[in-house]
Design a protein around this ligand. Structure first.
Ligand code: NAD
Length: 292
């Protein structure tokens, strides 16, 4: 089997390399960034000449792309050449409506598109233990289970196409609301002059802990803001979650507030930094840093 992998960034890169270690198939890769391609060809993949060539030669295609627009652009690029019977898993955090629309377009060509967003961040992408949630044809999921398992610690078939994207957006809504609450709380501590090491130890061993809190402690409180999960991507995810609240009539009380915080952070020029740079909004307003 030939496997295509498109989008080799912070998440796609390590997922692709773990897959190559775990399966005995030829892997063809494509990314707009030549450095990202090189990191995978050095690990044994072949660089595709073009998206069209990748589409024409692969039986299974993965995408890990930043935005719904990017996924649409890649599907546009592969659709004319993709072969009937090909399976495609979109590992990106995507809009459920976009996934469903692309699923319908590809179904007409005899191609099954499944949404397969992931959670666990760069750390678990690197050690191959991501949670992968899958929406779409269950038989296609089962057929490729062992390949997905090469970069996953847990695989969950959620339901029909689009359902995994809903689950992923809810997960990220919780992460980002918890991150915002943790950033706000830590700034109270910083202004009150509490030792940040002692404060984070209490929270991380207490009932206030969360993945958001752990991310802040691991990066922002050490003054490290290089993107592991870019703030711009978090903004996209939370915007999509707020769209779902509107679609289903859920009274959004918390998510829109956290979205406004991310919007401020982008306005202050922090969009390319890590999501935990949301702390910098408070730091700028208060003229005080929260550091370990
Ligand atoms: P990234 O920006 O690091 O990587 C995206 C890659 O896609 C880049 O290498 C870019 O060059 C490439 N790309 C963009 N448009 C392309 C196109 N048209 N054709 C080919 N390549 C293209 O992003 P990431 O952090 O790896 O995230 C990828 C997806 O996974 C996103 O949907 C994100 O929301 C999701 N995600 C990220 C994390 C995280 O912690 N970073 C965790 C879970 C899910």
């Amino acid at each position: 089997m030939r496997i295509g992998f498109v989008g080799l960034g912070n998440m796609g890169g390590p997922m692709c390399r773990n897959m190559m270690k775990g399966v005995n198939h030829e892997v063809v890769v494509h990314d707009l960034n030549p450095e990202a391609v090189r990191a995978c060809t050095e690990a044994g993949a072949t660089a595709a000449e073009s998206l069209a060539a990748l589409a024409a030669s692969c039986d299974l295609i993965f995408t890990s792309l930043p935005t719904p627009k990017a996924v649409e652009a890649v599907v546009d690029g592969i659709a004319p050449n993709i072969r009937p019977g090909t399976a495609m898993f979109d590992l990106s955090t995507n809009a459920p409506a976009v996934v469903k629309r692309l699923h319908a377009i590809l179904a007409e060509k005899g191609v099954a598109l499944l949404d397969a967003p992931v959670t666990g961040g760069v750390v678990r992408a690197t050690d191959g233990t991501l949670v992968v949630m899958v929406g779409g044809e269950e038989a296609v999921f089962e057929q490729h289970r062992s390949i997905l398992a090469a970069f996953s610690g847990q695989l969950v078939h959620v339901g029909p196409v689009g359902s995994a994207s809903v689950a992923k957006l809810i997960n990220n809504m919780l992460l980002l609301c918890n991150s915002a609450a943790a950033a706000e709380g830590l700034m109270i501590g910083a202004k009150a002059g509490i030792d940040m090491g002692k404060l984070t130890a209490i929270i991380q061993n207490g009932s206030g802990d969360s993945a958001g809190m752990r991310g802040l402690a691991a990066r922002a409180l050490k003054g490290e803001f290089k993107a592991s999960f870019a703030l711009d991507l978090a903004y996209k995810d939370l915007g999509l979650a707020v769209d779902l609240e509107a679609e289903y009539g859920v009274p959004g009380l918390l998510a829109p507030q956290a979205l406004a915080l991310l919007r401020m952070a982008r306005g202050m020029g922090f969009g390319q930094l890590d999501t935990t740079a949301m702390l910098k909004v408070y730091e700028s307003i208060l003229g005080c840093e929260a550091r370990l």
